[in-house]
Ligand binder design. Sequence first.
Ligand SMILES: [Cu+2]
Length: 479
Amino acid sequence: MNTESNSLVSRRGLLRTGAGLLLATALPPIPGHAAEPSEYRIVAAPGRARLAGAGRPETDVWAYDGTIPGSLVRLRQGKRARLVVENRLGQDTTVHWHGIRLPNAMDGVPGLTQPPIRSGESFVYEFTPPDAGTFWYHPHANSLEQLGRGLSGAVIVEEREPVAVDRDLLWFLTDWRLTDEGGIASGFGNRMEAAMSGRVGNTVTLNGRVPQAEAVRAGERIRLRLANGSLARIMALRIEGHRPVIVAIDGQPCDPHEPEGGRILLGPAMRIDILLDMQGEPGRHYGVIDDFYEGLTYRLTQLAYDERPPLRAHPLDAPADLPRNPLPEPDIATADHYDLTLQGGMMSGMGGMQGAGMMHGMTGMGRSPVWAVNGMSMTGDGHARMEPALTFQRGRSIMLAMRNETAWWHPMHFHGHSLAVLSRNGKPVPHRQWQDTVLMAPKDVVEVAFVADNPGDWMLHCHVMDHQMAGLMTVLRVA
Ligand SMILES: [Cu+2]
């Protein structure tokens, strides 16, 4: 099998799905020109998209390069990237390159790491991605509305050597709350939702369309990159008749393993790469089911086998392991220990935010807080004068115990680092899992560790956007 030509084919296929590239100047990697940076020009502007398919009304969206999701940004591990973002939104924005370990000044948090990009202006992001994997990009300004109106896209950082699969697919999943007329429902920042599960919508798109089916062939091995770009919707995906193998979480390779109970749990902002050997029967269809919310099970899409005989008699023999990224291993024995406690929300048993000691450290703009981290509430998107909740000594190994004292799920995202997930509720977490977004169930206690090797002030926040805006956010400093 010629994996290089396969990966080139899928690269073109992926670029085609990000069509409408009038404004994008995506330069595909050129062999033999290693010194050339990967260069993109990305324009954030209002646009229109046919999310629900033919026969359904178009939706007014805000988009990167006029497409939902935005242009696929394809970078190479260890190779300099230059990303020019032009703002034509009519309001401030920034871009956060979610999960990529980059210099603080390139992290895209307005006030904290850069001035906001004013409408009509541009900002140049330049960094060298150290890790291969599946990442994404989105605004960190007026985040709830800008993300909720469509500003998001995937970043794929290619491994130095191609991975042995027949096809490399991306499913970028986005949840929308659409009106009957096809518009995006207003009411961003509803206080009741902010205190509960956040703005969960009514329409899920896959690569910008309400999905029908994914055409597959028996016998092929697919690397499927799942990314959840939703504001609040958590997903638990099952693939009928198949046994997916998780090979990477949040871009970081793990020991290949089947998901617990066959359900792939994917919180907002999380990415999971799976290897899928297509062992179904030619001509048959198999559902991909999301059953996270009780009573709200739906079929996301289906795998539609064509009639051709299997590509190969037995599943591909190549190992499922992806090459590891150069993450620094924390030294658990000598690590500095810290606690982060998530508080607030409805049914917290504390009368919402009336609990003792809450809100004393409130900073932020506008909205009053509903949530807190270690008794402090930082609301909004990030801004100047945020005092760090914790300060880590640069180069030290850090052990962080995160406690969810609330009655709600929270995908907790830390910028600028990947976290080794050690234990959950006292039980060791297997398969060497590293994450930048750790999904915490109600009352979960999760221990993570990392080396504080990236200097700067970094956001740590919930990626349910309503929760972030309403106070579930803080700053951690590496100095
Ligand atoms: Cu949350």
